[in-house]
Ligand binder design. Structure first.
Ligand SMILES: [Zn+2]
Ligand SMILES: [Zn+2]
Length: 412
């Protein structure tokens, strides 16, 4: 279930409600659309009991992780969907988890103007996610080795619990529960630091940097498109950055286009520098054609959030069928399905997709720890899909995605 956040419109100040996975804020009052830009995970605070203000209070950090953990181990790829909210500070008395609280409440973004102090985060995000993986049965058991682990489709944020100090004790600001006795020794680790400027979120206008037209894209879109100049844009550290994109030409049967990240690279550890090399090294049951020696090798990662099994399957089929594709410069049209998986997450998936595309786990999996991709180039490619009853089917590569699954992916 998605977390709901309340945010003031950066243009007119009206309260907008959105879900945590949204990067595009649309204001129902003034009509302005803004893009969120933040340097790291977003930070929210739970509302105080009785609607009281949490300004000036001490806030305790919790890390929220939502996504899929994949583990390549032995000759299999295991996966698990994880949704966890764990205390990121070891301060005494804090509830270890926020449970379902964040999902039942409307959160607010933390802002420096509120003058809060923040308990330092002493547990690393990776340690907390690892713990969640362990609970999911995916951590390496004892000395059983694994070849690769990846976290994909993740949503990472910090949720703060307001703490109230009164009557020589510390109280949970949301439930009013007494968490800790203050004995005056100061040995409870409850000293906070001030708002860090790197946490500040910026709002960008959803206008095409090239032609000034309004950019198109739903709230959870990672890549916005401009129908006027056929350009594509993603929010980067320095604002909107152009996304290199193409599309496979439509046929008569095309009903919609689904985006994939095409990650073209060389893989020296496996001596792969062409598609022909890949076919041979990964032991495919077909022979490489001579022209494939001049064809660069790409890993194709779905740019939409899908269930783990379908995500791997769709990427594998597009990767194996890439020689049938000849994308051309893209034209924005109404039936482009929004790209909801950013390029940064697709990069986390390259080794995983290499493993999933291999016909011989024994040859490829043991090499994964040494695998480094070199000369990587990233491009968003829209592939045409035909309507085949319950499925969307990609004619060139045979990728088939259930219609109900695509709906699921948008709320994962
Ligand atoms: Zn507004
Ligand atoms: Zn434009």
């Amino acid at each position: 279930m998605a977390i709901r956040v309340e945010q003031d419109c950066p243009h007119c100040g009206a309260a907008i409600e959105f879900v945590e996975t949204d990067h595009v804020l649309a204001c129902g009052y003034c009509g302005a659309r803004s893009l969120l830009q933040s340097a790291g995970p977003c930070r929210y605070v739970l509302p105080m009991a009785g609607g009281a203000s949490s300004a000036g209070l001490l806030l305790a950090p919790y890390l929220r992780f939502k996504g899929t953990i994949y583990l390549v181990r032995g000759e299999t790829i295991e996966h698990r969907v994880i949704d966890t909210t764990q205390a990121a500070s070891p301060a005494l008395g804090l509830p270890p988890s926020l449970g379902l609280r964040p999902q039942a409440m409307r959160l607010r973004r933390i802002v420096s103007e509120d003058g809060n102090l923040f308990l330092p985060q002493t547990l690393k995000a990776s340690a907390i996610v690892e713990k969640a993986a362990m609970v999911g049965g995916l951590a390496p058991l004892g000395c059983e080795p694994f070849q690769h682990r990846a976290y994909i489709g993740e949503h990472l944020s910090y949720i703060y619990l307001p703490l109230v100090a009164k009557n020589r004790g510390v109280y949970d600001g949301v439930t009013g529960e007494r968490l800790l006795e203050l004995d005056g020794t100061g040995e409870h680790g409850l000293s906070g630091r001030r708002f860090d400027e790197s946490w500040r979120v910026r709002f960008l206008s959803a206008l095409c940097p090239q032609c000034g037209a309004g950019l198109e894209g739903a709230g959870d879109c990672e890549v916005m498109t401009c129908a006027l100049c056929d350009s594509a844009w993603a929010v980067g550290p320095d604002g909107l950055a152009a996304v290199d994109w193409q599309m496979q030409p439509a046929t008569e049967s095309t009903a919609l286009f689904l985006p994939f990240w095409q990650m073209t690279a060389q893989i020296p550890a496996l001596r792969i520098s062409s598609f022909a090399d890949f076919v041979v090294r990964s032991n495919q049951p077909f022979l490489p054609r001579p022209e494939w020696r001049d064809r660069a090798m790409s890993l194709w990662i779905p740019a939409v959030r899908l269930r783990p099994k379908i995500f791997l399957q769709a990427g594998r089929q597009a990767t194996l069928g890439q020689w049938r594709l000849a994308p051309v410069p893209g034209r924005v049209r109404p039936n482009l399905f929004p790209a909801t998986l950013p390029a940064s997450e697709a990069r986390q998936a390259v080794k995983l997709m290499l493993a999933a595309s291999s016909a011989s786990p024994r040859r490829i999996f043991p090499m994964l720890p040494q695998v480094r991709l070199t000369g990587v180039s990233t491009r968003l490619v829209y592939l045409p899909f035909a309507d085949r009853g319950h499925d969307w089917v990609q004619p060139e590569t045979g990728v088939a995605i259930g219609k109900n699954i695509l709906r699921f992916g948008r709320t994962l």
